[in-house]
Design a protein around this ligand. Structure first.
Ligand SMILES: Nc1nc2c(ncn2[C@@H]2O[C@H](COP(=O)(O)OP(=O)(O)OP(=O)(O)O)[C@@H](O)[C@H]2O)c(=O)[nH]1
Ligand SMILES: [Mg+2]
Length: 340
């Protein structure tokens, strides 16, 4: 399945139905009054969160959505029927923007609410409404109003609790495979992961979601590699795990990797270095214990990062992963408690 996280749509609410111009015609009543009914309202365009959806793929081909028009009014003072709303299902975490002004219209976090984005036009008035003391038989009626037309952009931002960031090959996907039932592809080449993957971790008391996103490289904020657009998926996570490849084949030592990554994170529009982040040094199975000690020290000293915020693991063997999960569960539980 392809992961589509952006879509451009044109939505057209329905037009209102026209009012009717009609006169009562009954046997033995020669001058029946006006009895044209009003037109019905056009359908709204409504977005609704559907828990079973997790991508915007449905919108890849279908880009224009048109709600039905209201029915016209008719004689005998009958109003036209209002059109039903057109309801469009979207995944939780979709943000809707006006594509012209770029204004954020709606942030669809809540699954129980419908979000109206374009309003259907009101129906026109039938001639019965125009009857007055001076005009007993008006022919006048009005047409329905046009429905709103909007060009919108949908952007999907995952609602994960934890985001994994790191250079390609650092072992982010290996980690997610190990700790959750998500199965992102693992490969010994850079950019194995081309789209975000979400994994649910079942803790002892609660569960939480980790997002694995494609690797970042130096210059990603200027478009290098796959760029930084995937950072939108972790812009809502409370916590970042910055993955360091202890066995990186290029020359970047752990301290340099962290500096480079933080630099790219700081260039994202919502400066992501403001988030709580922990350092996860991966692939300790390939290292000597003394090397690990030295690396931990230099991260603490050179970057001023607390010892408790640095983890050493092997995603491949599972060593150290339990400790991270435990710490994650604790802080997430605390965070949720504060929010509730
Ligand atoms: N020895 C060892 N190898 C590991 C470990 N974790 C990952 N690897 C290997 O490192 C390579 C990259 O792993 P991935 O999990 O695909 O890395 P990634 O960070 O998801 O990479 P991208 O998706 O390209 O960003 C694979 O060949 C893994 O088998 C580890 O703890 N120890
Ligand atoms: Mg990967």
């Amino acid at each position: 399945m392809n992961f589509i996280d952006e879509a451009f749509l044109e939505v057209r609410a329905g037009n209102g139905g026209a009012g009717a111009s009609s006169f009562r015609r009954e046997k033995y009543i020669p001058f029946g009054g006006p009895d044209g009914g009003d037109g019905g309202k056009g359908g709204n365009i409504v977005f609704k969160v559907n828990k079973n959806k997790n991508t915007l793929i449905d919108f890849q081909n279908k880009r224009v959505f048109i709600a039905k028009n209201g029915r016209p009014g008719s004689g005998k003072n009958k109003s036209g029927a209002a059109a039903e709303d057109m309801v469009i299902d979207i995944p939780k975490g979709t943000v809707i923007y006006d594509d012209f002004s770029n204004e954020e219209l709606i942030d669809c976090c809540d699954s129980d609410i419908s979000y109206t984005v374009a309003i259907g036009g009101d129906g026109g008035q039938g001639n019965a409404r125009f009857k007055s003391s001076t005009n007993q038989s008006p022919r006048k009626f009005t047409l329905g109003f046009e429905g709103e037309i909007r060009n919108i952009r949908l952007e999907l931002k995952s609602l994960a609790d934890v985001g994994l960031v790191g250079f390609p090959n650092a072992g982010k996907s290996t980690f997610l495979n190990r700790v959750s039932s998500a199965r992102p592809k693992i490969g010994s080449y850079p950019f194995t992961t081309l789209r975000p993957h979400l994994g649910t971790i079942q803790g002892s008391d609660s569960s939480y979601v980790i997002a694995d996103i494609p690797g970042l490289i130096e210059g990603a904020s200027d478009g290098a590699g796959l760029g930084i657009k995937f950072l939108q998926h972790i812009s809502r996570t409370g916590l970042l795990l910055i993955f360091v490849d202890l066995f990186a084949t290029d020359e970047n030592d752990p301290v340099e990797q962290i500096e480079l990554l933080k630099n790219e994170l700081s260039k994202y529009k919502e400066d992501l270095t403001q988030k709580v982040s922990w350092i996860v040094c991966n692939k300790i199975d390939l290292m000597q214990e003394s090397e690990v000690e030295a690396i931990s020290k230099s991260i603490q000293e050179k970057l001023g990062i607390n010892k408790e915020d640095i983890f050493f693991i092997s995603a491949a063997t599972g060593e150290g992963t339990k400790e991270i999960l435990q710490s994650l569960e604790e802080v997430i539980a605390k965070e949720r408690e504060e929010l509730s």
